[in-house]
Write a protein that binds this ligand. Structure first.
Ligand SMILES: [Zn+2]
Length: 374
């Protein structure tokens, strides 16, 4: 028997892509510079591919978003220190934090499905230097203007902070699509280890495209992507306190109410928030394995809770996943101006604005609330 001390195939991502290629598990049809936009295959993301091609005509190199150094972040904090522009008072912040549904009352955002604003281009479909997440600056800025117009009267955020919240939400949704592709890839590798490599991802996408997947909340992947972004916001609330918590909880409630206006699948996200994502992800694993009902006999739920798709099973982490901003040059510049630390914003909800006044007002209100005087 021969033991593997140093396997010939290492853990590098490029090795994985090479292996997928050599087993015909990827196809190369969609080099984004060359795709034929009349092909029905691109129905869902045609406007983004058009935006990509236009952006490439205007900029020599389309570079992925990069992380800032600690010194650069500190410099931003100093630069933006005085620019908060918030005039919400402590009692309203307490209301927003404690009962966002009542705080929002009749707010009903006319939300767009995420793929109008951004898209994930899988590495199974494309030239390897083009896969990743694409944020469409024109669409995102226009969307933020419309959402702000509908919610400005609440004063819980200004337009800059709302844009940060939207970009975080949009990115997290698209990152979920990477988690799904990562999960399928792990299955492909494991299937080959059992002797017969199976095409999991391309076959699953083909069944999805041909509407051969049956589930009451189809496309289930979109419902789960919306829910994943919502859950990522909950995680931020656990780490940050003060004004940010009130703003994030209000934003979560607003998007939850807005899901109702979205297309099938997307609109069903509320059924999969919190721990309910486990059941949803179990159904998605059944879809990827093309084994409907299999979770009744095989504990796939254990896989969905502990293994994949979840943040730890991603082939690329959030800060590392190639992410590009596309659109008109003026919109790209505007997005970068308002969100000067884009990578930190979409991964951690960093913003450089000072809201210490709102933080302390909320703290005082929370103290009064605990004492029973509110
Ligand atoms: Zn999506």
């Amino acid at each position: 028997m021969t033991f593997t001390v140093s396997p010939k195939l290492d853990e590098k991502f490029t090795t994985l892509l090479f292996w997928l290629d050599s087993h015909q598990l990827r196809h190369q049809r969609s080099n984004l510079d060359k795709v034929n936009l009349t092909d029905d295959f691109y129905n869902d993301c045609r406007p983004h591919i058009f935006a990509f091609q236009q952006t490439r005509k205007q900029t020599e190199n389309l570079e992925p978003v990069i992380r800032l150094s600690k010194a650069q972040k500190d410099e931003l904090n100093n630069h933006f220190n005085q620019q908060q522009g918030l005039d919400i008072k402590g009692d309203d912040l307490l209301h927003a934090q404690k009962n966002p549904a009542s705080f929002l009352r009749e707010l009903s955002w006319q939300q767009l499905p995420n793929e109008v604003l951004a898209f994930y281009h899988p590495f199974h479909f494309t030239a390897k230097e083009q896969w990743g997440i694409y944020l469409n600056a024109d669409e995102i800025l226009g969307y933020c203007d419309r959402m702000y117009a509908q919610s400005a009267h609440l004063r819980i955020w200004n337009k800059e902070i709302l844009l940060h919240l939207l970009v975080f939400d949009i990115f997290q949704h698209e990152f979920y699509h990477h988690l799904v592709e990562s999960a399928a890839t792990h299955m492909e590798v494991l299937s080959a280890a059992f002797g017969q490599p199976r095409s999991i991802y391309l076959d699953y996408k083909k069944r999805q495209y041909n509407k051969q997947l049956s589930h009451p909340h189809q496309p289930l992947e979109e419902a789960l992507a919306n829910a994943y972004a919502y859950n990522a916001l909950s995680f931020i609330c656990r780490r940050k306190i003060g004004y940010t918590t009130a703003a994030v909880r209000t934003f979560q409630q607003a998007i939850k109410q807005g899901w109702k206006s979205e297309p099938a699948g997307y609109r069903d996200a509320a059924l999969y928030i919190g721990k309910r994502n486990i059941a949803g992800n179990t159904s998605l694993l059944e879809q990827m394995l093309n084994a409907p009902g299999c979770a009744n006999q095989v504990p796939l739920s254990s896989i969905s809770k502990n293994l994949m798709p979840n943040g730890y099973s991603a082939l690329k982490s959030k800060p590392e996943i190639p992410t590009y901003v596309i659109g008109s040059i003026s919109s790209i510049a505007k997005l970068n101006e308002v969100i000067p630390a884009l990578n930190e914003t979409y991964t951690q909800l960093f913003w450089p604005y000072n809201h210490s006044e709102q933080d302390s007002q909320l703290q005082k209100e929370l103290q009064r609330y605990k004492m029973g005087s509110v």
